[in-house]
Ligand binder design. Structure first.
Ligand code: GDP
Length: 319
């Protein structure tokens, strides 16, 4: 059975490829943005038809942190709408029996009740710094639901919380907070700087899931979940950005001062997922934040430090 992982060059896709291999899937085909431009409908269709997969995992997306989303809403909206529509249409044309579409916890309303249940989708306004990306991902969920309704496809959607791990993007302007802080604290430590600047007030709360946990959840959901409603994937636990900054400082050995730049946006005040639904299917995360941070820092030292910024922006998934 062939499994196609779209976005296999990114943080999520590369982890899904590893997890499928570990679970015994021997025919896993990746699609990186450099290999096939999924924004092009013909290219997407040709690639999927030639691969003839039984299963597609859609981890292909234009992704980025708060600054990139805020600055480039056109690309975050239109690239993602095109990528996912082309991939779903191509999967339908190739008669793919299982598709797992990956979204993001930013699809939920800015002031959703916490922890955020799946049924809070579309019950209130979105956070403005990533509304374009969120609307694209909500359209992807609707794409999956529409194929289920009209063509009886057993396709599903999962909504991961903020992810991190090996293969992340460490570019300071386009990355998410966790890789950005690893890089900032590491560079300050090496240079002997007295301070590190963290964006915003430090008070927003975020939940962090190691990408290998998400990848294991993807393999599990392909086997255990078949429902039109999206399903949350997270830890159900969150920390403030200030707490995260202290944890990263301790991980890299930085003992200077942390300064907050309040000219930068905080984004949504809190987004911690209600994970009771996925827990009821028999899955739970295994990698705690301190452990995951330590191993990600090791990966950063081995693969990124000293070589400038990290991964390309176009091939991973999710906020
Ligand atoms: P978000 O979860 O969509 O808001 O995306 P991010 O991961 O980019 O940002 C999460 C929070 O961390 C926001 O409140 C940011 O202002 C804050 N933050 C603090 N320092 C940084 C940084 O250096 N980079 C990023 N991306 N966010 C930071």
């Amino acid at each position: 059975m062939t499994v196609l992982v779209a976005g296999s060059g990114g943080l999520v896709g590369s982890a899904v490829v590893r997890a499928l291999g570990a679970a015994g899937f021997s025919d896993v085909v990746g699609a990186r943005s450099a290999q096939v431009d999924l924004r092009d409908a013909d290219a997407a269709r040709e690639f999927v038809t030639a691969t003839a997969p039984a299963v597609v995992v859609d981890a292909a997306a234009r992704v980025g942190g708060i600054a990139a989303n805020n600055a480039r809403p056109v690309e975050f909206l239109h690239d993602n709408l095109r990528i996912q529509a082309n991939l779903l249409d191509a999967a339908h044309a190739a008669d793919v029996s299982r598709v797992l579409f990956l979204g993001s916890s930013c699809i939920y309303p800015k002031f959703a009740e916490q922890p955020i249940r799946e049924d809070s989708l579309l019950t209130g306004p979105l956070e403005a710094t990533n509304d374009a990306y969120a609307i694209a991902k909500i359209a992807g969920i609707m794409g999956v639901q529409s194929y289920r309704r009209e063509y009886d496809r057993r396709w599903i959607s999962a909504m991961p919380t903020n992810l991190y791990g090996p293969g992340d993007n460490f570019d300071l302007e386009s990355s998410h907070v966790l890789p950005a802080l690893i890089r900032k604290f590491h560079e300050a430590h090496v240079a002997g700087d007295a301070t590190v600047t963290v964006w915003g007030t430090g008070t927003p709360r975020r939940e962090f899931l190691h990408v290998d946990d998400l990848a294991a959840a993807c393999v599990h959901l392909l086997e255990a979940y078949d429902d039109p409603a999206p399903i949350n994937v997270g830890t159900g636990e969150d920390v403030t950005i200030a707490e995260l900054a202290s944890l990263v400082a301790a991980t890299v050995g930085f003992s200077g001062e942390i300064v907050y730049d309040t000219s930068r946006p905080d984004g949504t005040p809190r987004k911690v997922l209600d994970v009771s639904k996925i827990a009821s299917t028999g899955w739970k995360p295994r990698i705690g934040l301190a452990e995951g941070l330590a191993s990600t820092y090791r990966w950063y030292l081995d693969n990124v430090a000293g070589e400038g910024a990290g991964a390309e922006q176009m091939s991973g998934v999710v906020k």
